[in-house]
Design a binder for this molecule. Structure first.
Ligand code: GTP
Ligand code: MG
Length: 149
């Protein structure tokens, strides 16, 4: 099944937006299978963002992500990766549509509150990077038959 690795970044945790973010994914109807508050070590941040290593903002990005606890989540469901990207909105919060998480709750790319995997492959890769096997929980929400026929 498709998985998206979703993370409330340190600014979102410091600003008290964890519940708001979780709520939006819950209400949409995706299934939460992993959740933890976590202080990200520098090595993990570097591995997570290795594709951006050449960018000028990379050092500040690593400082940002390791500056305080993050909330790590795995959400599952058909089409969850692309749908989560829509719920999250554009990378630059000033360009993100109202109604999206970044569009409603942030003003700057360097403090954009949330991460979401950009492909199903990266959803699997990032889930394996941030969670150990035993930390994920397979379960059937009671509302399942009311979400999909
Ligand atoms: P993620 O869901 O966090 O991966 O964001 P994204 O997929 O919308 O953007 P991308 O993967 O291209 O960049 C990853 C993160 O790097 C962004 O979410 C920002 O936090 C940060 N970032 C990207 N571009 C810039 C930039 O120009 N300046 C700064 N300061 N940070 C940037
Ligand atoms: Mg990205």
């Amino acid at each position: 099944v498709e998985q998206s690795y979703i993370m409330v970044k340190p600014d979102g945790v410091q600003r008290g937006l964890v519940g708001e973010v979780i709520s939006r994914f819950e209400r949409k109807g995706f299934k939460l299978t992993g959740l933890k508050l976590f202080q990200c070590p520098k090595e993990l941040a570097e591995e997570h963002y290795k594709d951006l290593k050449a960018k000028s903002f990379y050092p500040t990005l690593i400082d940002y992500i390791t500056s305080g606890p993050v909330v790590c989540m795995v959400w599952e469901g058909v089409g969850v990766v692309a749908s989560a990207r829509k719920l999250i909105g554009s990378t630059n919060p000033l360009q993100a549509e109202p109604g999206t998480i970044r569009g409603d709750l942030a003003v700057q790319t360097g403090r954009n509150v949330i991460h979401g995997s950009d492909s199903p492959e990266n959803g699997k890769r990032e889930t394996a990077l941030w969670f150990k096997e035993g930390e994920l929980c397979e379960w059937t929400p009671a509302q399942a038959p009311w979400l999909m026929e």
